[in-house]
Design a protein around this ligand. Structure first.
Ligand code: NAP
Length: 321
């Protein structure tokens, strides 16, 4: 870890990103065109990585399935020692002893590293067994911080109790959260994180493009076709975001990013291009007032748009904890 990164830590050494770059859409040409409507070359993504270092948000979130399996090796090729990698283990089938370690070793090969800064258990399946494997890797110095993702409050408390018994801190919870879906705040999960000094990382703060107003001649993609009807209902919200953004010199998508950081959470935003990284950094360097936050939340609620977000992966969660 270099000098710049050392400054992004708390007194007790925990990593404190202001924002994180999501790599869900880092893939090949076919994947990019189908899912995002456009393809970005590795050269452009490399410029985005260099920009992230320059603007002080060199944090990259990834997982084995991102970009249909192409994302993680791209992160490995482009992200140097001056960046922080956040990766995940996704427990899907029946638990098999050693599954986390086997997957983790492949991740290390993808990244060309001997450790991973933050490693998340992606779903609350076989939590005790999977977390126990992660604590072994933590003790070996191969995982620097342990997090959990897509856990509800009860599951978070159970996971924390498992780690407490091992004397290992729970670094963070990575769940869906945006201006349009504040379920985890209403359920008390984010307050519990704050009370316990646990970082809350919010994924899909732009709702995968829904909080980006449509442009003329926009290229079609699976995402854009899926969200077209909902986006039409969001126009009054875009207007409120534009008015508030004007006061802070922020564009509409940046207001969505700044909203999340102003609430004290870490926004993870899918960026593939240098300008997006610059805009993310500029957004989280601003702060919205309580009144602006209230206006945005009222406008979001008034649209009546419901998002599957927080519950998107519950189908993959087995009943037994
Ligand atoms: N833990 C989990 O289970 C989980 C699940 C899902 C996602 N995540 C994480 O969260 C990250 C973010 O989610 P996401 O990438 O799906 O969605 P997102 O960040 O909500 O939205 C990405 C979209 O926003 C656009 N965008 C980015 N910056 C912009 C800017 N400055 N101005 C205008 N548009 C901008 C992108 O445009 P382009 O298409 O032009 O690039 C893309 O279409 C993922 O990459 C992943 O790391 C975690």
């Amino acid at each position: 870890m270099n000098g710049t990164l050392k400054t992004m830590k708390s007194e007790d050494g925990a990593l404190l990103p202001k924002a994180v770059i999501g790599t869900n859409a880092w893939g090949d040409a076919l994947y990019g065109k189908m899912v995002r409507g456009s393809y970005v070359t590795e050269g452009v993504m490399h410029e985005a990585v260099k920009t992230s270092v320059r603007v002080g948000i060199p944090f990259f979130d990834t997982a084995r399935d991102y970009g249909l399996g192409k994302g993680q090796p791209i992160v490995g090729r482009l992200c140097g020692e001056d960046t922080v990698i956040s990766a995940k283990y996704t427990p899907m089938g029946k638990y098999k002893q050693g599954q986390v370690r086997a997957s983790f070793e492949k991740d290390l090969l993808d990244f060309g590293r001997s450790y991973i800064d933050i490693y998340w258990l992606h779903l609350p399946n076989a939590t005790k067994e999977n977390l126990t494997e992660m604590t072994d890797l933590y003790r070996e110095g191969k995982i620097k911080n342990i997090g959990i993702s897509n856990f509800n409050l009860k599951e978070c408390k159970q996971a924390k109790a498992i780690l407490d018994q091992e004397g290992i801190p729970l670094y963070g919870v990575q769940n869906h959260y945006s201006l349009l879906d504040r379920k985890w705040e209403k359920d008390g999960l984010t307050a519990w994180c704050k009370e316990n000094g646990i970082s809350f990382w919010a994924w899909a703060v732009l709702e995968e493009g829904m909080l980006v107003p449509p442009k003329k001649n926009e290229k079609k993609s699976i995402m854009k076709l899926m969200f077209a009807r909902k986006r039409r209902k969001l126009y009054p919200l875009y207007k409120t975001m534009q008015e508030i953004g004007r006061k802070h010199h922020l564009k509409i998508p940046q207001v969505a990013m700044c909203y999340v950081s102003s609430k004290g959470f870490v926004p993870i935003c899918g960026c593939r291009k240098p300008y997006q990284v610059e805009e993310l950094a500029a957004a989280v360097n601003e702060s919205l007032s309580d009144e602006e936050i209230r206006l945005l939340e009222d406008a979001a609620d008034a649209t009546g748009v419901k998002i599957l977000g927080a519950d998107m992966f519950r189908f993959a969660v087995k009943k037994k904890f």
